[in-house]
Design a protein around this ligand. Structure first.
Ligand SMILES: Cc1cc2nc3c(=O)[nH]c(=O)nc-3n(C[C@H](O)[C@H](O)[C@H](O)COP(=O)(O)O)c2cc1C
Length: 304
């Protein structure tokens, strides 16, 4: 049972812990539940799912890159119908609220997936806006009006709270976040991976078959943290899930101080599937040392 000082709140969503397992890094959640204790987490986000199966990119699609890693999975997923068939019966058996994650190529596709996710029993839908818009090939999350169109379509088609997961590559992260909140999102997740690229100097070939991919892990933290800090300052009180490069309890503290109300962690699970237990222990120790609760740290970054 998580101690009271860990309780977190994201708008109207109550969490027993501020730790969230990030989409795509804990499989379909139920396989991960076979090896890890899920009680340290307030929620786990399932892998993003599209209206129909996406095959993903060919190997190689994961590669170490300095202090982080590159992935070019291409959002491989079985399509919403198959997802609902395998996941719906399992959701109530897991010791953590499992949130859905929707992707699509048009606002209507996102809305259709979100509606089915909620029908299958997920309490919250995160909208993965880091995928290309069929209209212009740019990521929805690069542009306030495209991101807002998707969130509006999703919110008007599903009963559950909706989160907008954004890209650190957006020129104007405050503008995109504002558009998503105005369109009805309950929270923003800052951030998804950053665009990245690497070359194997021995072969001269890109590290990933798809060339450019998503960069995650410790090297991402300063970039995602900047997004959280700027959005929290521009839009005080907006519910934010911080995400990017969290490896320790002190990383979580940094995100809370910058203005996140909850913190998602992804890459750390690939090397350490049971990381939640360690990180929650480190976080609890730090909260006790300071004599504060999680909500009391949110946005408390000190001025110089
Ligand atoms: C292998 C891999 C697969 C991912 N798949 C998804 C996905 O399906 N949907 C999504 O919204 N984010 C996905 N992400 C992004 C993570 O959820 C997270 O936002 C990102 O990796 C930054 O956090 P981290 O540095 O803690 O990993 C994926 C990341 C990795 C490394």
């Amino acid at each position: 049972m998580a101690p009271d000082r860990l309780k977190a709140r994201l708008g109207l969503i109550e969490l027993r812990s501020p730790l969230i397992a990030a989409s795509g890094t804990v499989g379909s959640v139920w396989e991960w539940a076979e090896v890890a204790d899920l009680s340290p987490y307030g929620a786990a986000v399932a892998k993003s799912v599209a209206p129909v199966a996406w095959p993903g990119r060919p190997a190689p699609r994961l590669a170490p890159a300095g202090p982080g890693m590159l992935n070019g999975i291409g959002i491989q997923n079985p399509g919403i119908e198959a997802w609902v068939e395998t996941m719906a019966p399992r959701l109530p058996t897991l010791d953590v609220p499992v949130w859905g994650s929707a992707v699509g190529e048009t606002p209507d596709e996102f809305a259709m997936v979100a509606k089915s996710l909620v029908g299958a029993g997920v309490p919250v839908v995160e909208v993965n806006l880091s995928c290309p818009n069929l209209e212009d090939g740019r990521m929805f999350s690069m542009d306030a009006s495209s991101a807002g169109d998707v969130i509006r379509a999703v919110v008007s088609n599903c009963e559950a709270p909706v989160g907008a997961k954004l890209s650190p590559n957006a020129d104007d992260i405050v503008g995109v976040s504002t558009a998503c909140i105005e369109a009805g999102a309950t929270f923003v997740t800052l951030t998804n991976t950053a665009l990245g690229f690497g070359i194997d100097p021995r072969t001269g070939r890109p590290l990933l078959s798809g060339g450019v991919g998503g960069y995650s892990g410790p090297g991402l933290k300063a970039i995602s943290l900047r997004c959280v800090y700027e959005v929290a300052r521009a839009l005080p009180g907006i519910p934010i899930v911080g995400c990017g490069g969290v490896m320790t309890g002190l990383d979580v503290v940094e995100y809370l101080l910058a203005g996140a109300s909850a913190v998602a962690m992804g890459t750390v699970h690939l090397a350490e599937p049971r990381a939640g237990k360690r990180i929650v222990r480190e976080l609890t120790r730090e909260l006790e040392r300071r004599g504060v609760t999680v909500p009391e740290l949110v946005g408390e970054v000190m001025p110089w």
